[in-house]
Ligand binder design. Sequence first.
Ligand code: MEV
Length: 319
Amino acid sequence: MPPREAHASAPGKIILLGEHAVVYGEPSLSLALDRRIRVDAGAGGPRATVNGEPLHAHRHAYIHQALERGWNGAPLQLHTESELPSASGVGSSAALSVATNAVLLRLHSDTPPAPPAIARAAFETELVTQGAASPNDTSVSTAGGVVLLSPSPRPGAELLWTIERDGRAWHVQRLPPLDLPLVVGNSGSRSHTADQVAKVRRFADRSAFARDLLRQIGQLTNDGVDALADGDLRRLGQLMNRNQDCLHTLGVDTPVLERLVLAARRVPGTYGAKLTGAGGGGSMIALSERPDDVVAALERLGAHAFRVRSSGRGVEVGP
Ligand code: MEV
């Protein structure tokens, strides 16, 4: 018998290299974070609620969309708890989509859902809610750890699943765990992924130069995977800096993010810094031997800055 109650949690993420380009089938390299979102769900009650409020199609857009596609319409009480700032480039909507779809799949079945089924359902939720998306954020949140998406499988990397859509294939692969000295600086201004993805789409549709930038980002990401395999943080940092230049030219950087990136790079021991996620606000990351000094430098500029660790824990579903 399927359970009447279920819970799931899923991590946020940061993209080291490859955001935006991954929407066009280029590779991306990401880490799941040690900060999570948890969703508890119980069937029953007079109508669907989220944290005690009636489900609202806009306020609870990702949950609403997940229920539209993956639920039978019976009343459901949902509770969410988040350690992730929302609309800040660290994957809170992906983690919410993953955890919500995981509980819905669990409530439908006698056995816990398999990660590929969760990743596919959560990708659909993001795609429909945002209008355009790659499966990057939802797959990283589902898998946990260090994850590479690429258009063809990379030899030596464990293939977790493949997601195909509109003639593109994203191979989701696990890379060895690593503990990088990383800092996130949240600019405090909200970033709307759909707007930024649409902005890049308009640029790419009419400009061969923009399409070339997206391909360059793909090449930087492949080089970054090699640098990571060699443990070469200096090279990885240089590649992050070049990726930032491409994102800046694509138009998704902001003056505040740029100031934070430059401040992080000025701290001795910093290998590289770039925006992370969709841009247009949200967060930047820095790879630095002196992460505490970077946190202090970013906070002096008014950012909410914190060290992050990657986590091997992907989605977890109960009971
Ligand atoms: C957002 O975190 C990452 C983007 O590449 C969008 C996506 O991959 O869906 C900008």
